[in-house]
Design a protein around this ligand. Structure first.
Ligand SMILES: N[C@@H](CCC(=O)N[C@@H](CS)C(=O)NCC(=O)O)C(=O)O
Length: 235
């Protein structure tokens, strides 16, 4: 039986982290809202009551409904036998995936620092200040952390030759950062060689290559988490 992925249809967003792993592992899934639309997503979410996730993305696997990107990826890894087989290593993967989720939240906060439901135009001053701290402190701190983690097994992936959900997510993260902060990221070129290596190697995974060449892969846009606002990318 195929998995059902529910996520907003018009942005890559957090759904893309799940999609990339499903595609890398060549797992069968239906991208429900891409077919049925955003209204169907809202309706499905509200109909779930007790087992209802707080927000998309969520994955439905028979009677199981799982929300939270990092948890979905961990669930898929375990369900499909794609883990390392060592508890300590798999816990490290979850921990890094949660670090990625934290950074994704901080990226979103650069353009929506006050409230996600307010327009960017109504929180631009705060966004400007938030983005300054993000560029100067937070992003470098995270990138050093991920680059160090990647350096431990000799690459190209976190665990060496075998890719994991952390690699597919780091690829997506770097792609999103390049889109949202092109000036900043080009100034950092060469500083994080392991991240650059994973960014260029993940697209070579067979399932990912096929996916990236397909129409299922949609571009970053100004409604998503990774948005380009020139004023937030100043050096
Ligand atoms: N921590 C959750 C965050 C989920 C989330 O914020 N989803 C967004 C879309 S990317 C959403 O639809 N949020 C609606 C809301 O917060 O009310 C995760 O990593 O999956």
């Amino acid at each position: 039986m195929s998995y059902q992925l529910w996520y907003w249809p018009d942005i890559p967003g957090r759904g893309e982290f799940v999609r990339l792993y499903l595609e890398a592992a060549e797992l069968d899934y239906e991208d429900m809202a891409r077919v049925q639309g955003a209204d169907a997503l809202v309706e499905d979410l509200h109909a779930r009551q007790g087992s209802r996730p707080f927000a998309p993305p969520y994955l439905v696997d028979g009677d199981n409904c799982i929300g939270q990107t990092a948890l979905i990826l961990t669930y898929l890894q375990d369900r499909e036998g794609l883990g390392s087989g060592e508890l300590e290593t798999d816990l490290r993967l979850v921990q890094l995936q949660m670090d990625i989720a934290d950074l994704v939240e901080e990226v979103h906060a650069t353009h929506h620092p006050i409230a996600p439901h307010l327009y960017y135009a109504d929180q631009m001053d705060a966004a400007y200040e938030k983005a300054h701290h993000f560029r100067e402190n937070r992003l470098p701190k995270y990138l050093i952390h991920f680059d160090n983690a990647l350096s431990t097994h000799g690459g190209p992936f976190l665990l060496g030759e075998q890719w994991s959900h952390v690699d597919t997510s780091l690829f997506q993260l770097m792609e999103g950062l390049d889109y949202a902060f092109p000036n900043l990221m080009s100034s950092l070129q060469g500083h994080f060689p392991h991240l650059e290596e994973v960014q260029s190697t993940v697209p070579e995974i067979e399932g990912v290559a096929a996916y990236l060449a397909s129409e299922r892969r949609i571009d970053f846009n100004q409604d998503g988490i990774f948005r380009f606002y020139e004023e937030l990318d100043q050096q």
